[in-house]
Design a binder for this molecule. Structure first.
Ligand SMILES: NC(=O)c1ccc[n+]([C@@H]2O[C@H](COP(=O)([O-])OP(=O)(O)OC[C@H]3O[C@@H](n4cnc5c(N)ncnc54)[C@H](O)[C@@H]3O)[C@@H](O)[C@H]2O)c1
Length: 274
């Protein structure tokens, strides 16, 4: 039996990038997916390609009714909701905090934070009768440390990490797991500006700053999302899985281990002698 057989998953922002890779991976593993996205043409094209276990619902995640509609359609098409991926996103407000308007702040937070809150809220309500389900939301390395993204993006993604912990505490008792993934730079349309809208240049740009020396692709993040959705992660909840080639651990450049061992030994001995 395939890992996602009889599973019904909603993926917001599923028409592009990480969301699209997640949709494809769930279909490959035998599951059914509702793509909830603003991009109708891309979403419908994906459904035509993937067949009867995929469906599309025009969804603006800033609208609570749209999120409810996506979940209702998914359940009508494919049965009880087993998985929810709160993935839709934009870069949002950029620039100095001194120049950022309250309107741009509100719009960015509505997509990156409020929509995740609404996604968890309505997925939990749909999953409660079955007493099981898994929710995965997209944070970012900008949700774990400062300085890796614009201010509002950073605040919103830290919010995703916090809400993941908080919701996990409440929902564990009713069999629903809530986790997040925190990717570093990944080659998608969102990051295409880094490489003049050329995926190969974008991949090279990301590879050049990666401790592992190659670029993170959407499939790398989809792999982690599928793991957290699956029974393989049945004892994990409230967790944010960082997928960044070690960037936020300070893995590059090697700060300590590259120093000559003799120098370290002598330095250590000097310290002991004193
Ligand atoms: N690409 C990266 O480097 C990176 C790194 C860390 C986190 N992330 C996060 O991963 C998620 C996916 O990003 P991606 O890189 O695949 O970007 P992407 O631009 O390829 O895909 C984002 C999708 O979200 C949809 N979307 C945007 N606003 C929406 C709305 N209001 N309602 C419904 N759908 C909406 C878009 O139409 C698009 O299909 C985002 O939450 C992003 O913040 C991305």
């Amino acid at each position: 039996m395939s890992k996602f057989e009889n599973q019904c998953v909603v993926v917001t922002g599923g028409a592009s990038g990480i969301g699209e890779a997640t949709v494809r991976a769930i279909i490959n593993e035998g599951g059914s997916v509702l793509i909830a996205d603003l991009q109708e043409e891309r979403g419908q094209a994906l459904v035509s390609e993937l067949g009867s276990r995929a469906a599309f619902h025009f969804t603006d995640v800033t609208r609570e009714d749209d999120i409810v509609g996506a979940i209702v359609l998914a359940q009508n098409e494919f049965g009880p909701l087993t998985g929810m991926v709160n993935n839709a996103g934009v870069v949002g407000a950029i620039g100095s905090i001194m120049d950022t308007s309250a309107e741009a702040f509100d719009h960015t937070m509505a997509i990156l934070s409020r929509a995740v809150f609404l996604g968890i809220k309505h997925a939990a309500k749909a999953m409660q009768p079955q007493g099981r389900g898994a929710i995965v939301s997209l944070a970012s390395t900008a949700g774990v440390v400062g300085g890796l993204g614009p201010h509002v993006y950073t605040m919103a993604k830290h919010g995703v990490v916090g809400l993941t912990k908080s919701a996990a505490c409440e929902l564990a008792r009713i069999g629903i797991r809530v986790n997040a993934v925190a990717p570093g730079g990944t080659v998608t349309p969102m990051t295409s500006a880094l490489g003049d809208n050329n995926p190969e240049t974008t991949a090279q740009f990301i590879a050049d700053s990666s401790p592992l020396g190659f670029a993170c692709m959407p499939q790398d993040i989809a792999n982690a999302i599928l793991f957290l959705l699956s029974e393989d992660a049945r004892y994990m909840t409230g967790h944010t899985m960082v997928i960044d080639a070690g960037e936020t651990t300070g893995a590059a450049p090697p700060p300590f281990f590259s120093v000559d061992a003799d120098i370290l030994l002598h330095a250590g001995n000097r310290g002991l002698d004193q």
